[in-house]
Design a protein around this ligand. Structure first.
Ligand code: ADP
Length: 340
């Protein structure tokens, strides 16, 4: 297994800087999800690891070895794209054995390897079918099998679930997640979908406008975002301006216990919808809108200083109607203070 390191990688296209000074490490066997809005540089980062792009500055290292100037075929990377990119004139089996055949693997071995992967991905019965007769989900499973068949040092996945319906996505997510853990291949997983990134990544790198804003485990990113961008991009955040003194965090509508947050550092308090409790507490608010989401209801409320907040209601909360006066409390242990 291979450790992948980008050191201060910059890629410019003319006057356009696609990524700037990106440094990150994908540890051997882990899945790093690279996540951020459209145009933030995710694909450029992935293509640089693959060797399709040469960086304008910085270095790419595989296990400490400089591969910056190596061509893609010298790097032994497996790639899965959003649009499957299967060979339409070949059967599923031929697609999956194509890479190993090019690499000179003997026929018996490549067929055995392909059969094993098709079984693992639960598509053994599709081996003789043409890709054009398969559903999107089936084609993407073939895409995974084809990428893994070359026994890559590094697996690169570029929005592999985009375009699949929500249920299929959830199913593939869990199957592919277990498969990656089982095989233990070092993986870079590019997605614009923060939930998918949290589900698939052992760690996440959050990109914004060509920069890495934060790298961390899903818990670190969600519970301790380093700035407003990360707090806003990953999950739903309420951002309340805060003044912190020795003992309390004052957010205007309430004073909370400081609870280990840095003292004397004014900033913004990140309050997740689930950090509120409804029905007790000193914060007065008015219910504005309610969105029923099945397992929860999202309440949009207006505080008496005019700020709007999103609050998560669980199913047991008594019915609240738009226009009702409510009281809210904030769990001071759960909230997070950022210094912007
Ligand atoms: P993402 O994958 O996050 O959507 P990309 O890596 O594709 O972002 O693009 C990052 C930025 O670089 C964008 O502003 C995009 O327009 C620009 N870019 C990407 N590829 C090229 C290219 N071949 N020529 C010029 N600009 C490019």
């Amino acid at each position: 297994m291979t450790q992948v390191k980008l050191q201060n990688v910059t890629k410019e296209y003319g006057s356009e800087t696609a990524i700037e000074d990106v440094s990150l490490t994908v540890e051997s066997g882990e899945t790093l999800a690279v996540v951020g809005p459209s145009g933030c540089g995710k694909s450029t980062t992935l293509r640089t690891v693959a060797g399709f792009e040469s960086p304008t500055g910085g270095r790419v290292l595989f296990d400490g070895e400089d591969v910056t100037d190596e061509r893609p075929e010298e790097r032994n990377v497996g790639i899965v794209f959003q649009d499957y990119a299967l060979f339409e004139n070949m059967s599923v089996m031929e697609n999956v054995t194509f890479g190993p055949r090019m690499n000179g693997v003997q026929k018996n071995e490549r067929v055995n390897r392909a059969e094993e992967l098709l079984e693992l991905l639960d598509i053994g019965e599709l081996r003789d079918r043409s890709p054009s007769t398969l559903s999107g989900g089936q084609q993407q499973r073939v895409g995974f099998a084809r990428a893994l068949a070359i026994e890559p040092e590094v697996l690169l996945l570029d929005e592999p679930m985009t375009g699949l319906d929500a249920k299929l996505k959830r199913q593939l997510r869990s199957e592919i997640g277990s498969l990656l853990n089982e095989i233990g291949v070092t993986t870079v997983y590019v997605t614009h979908d923060q939930q998918e990134a949290m589900a698939m990544g052992n760690r996440l790198a959050v990109l914004n406008d060509g920069w890495v804003e934060q790298i961390g485990t899903p818990e670190e990113i969600y519970e301790r975002p380093v700035n407003r961008f990360v707090a806003d991009f990953v999950g739903v955040s309420n951002m309340l301006p805060a003044t912190v003194t020795d003992d309390v965090i004052d957010v205007g509508v309430a004073k909370l216990k400081r609870n280990g947050h840095p003292a004397n550092s004014d900033g913004t308090l990140v309050v997740r919808p689930e950090d509120f409790t409804v029905g007790s507490g000193a914060i007065e608010a008015t219910a504005v809108d309610l969105f029923y989401l099945g397992d929860q209801t999202q309440l949009e409320a207006e505080l008496n200083n005019g700020e709007s907040v999103s609050v998560r209601l669980d199913r047991t909360t008594d019915a609240i109607k738009p226009g009702d006066s409510i009281s809210l409390d904030i769990d001071s242990q759960a909230v997070h203070l950022i210094d912007q």
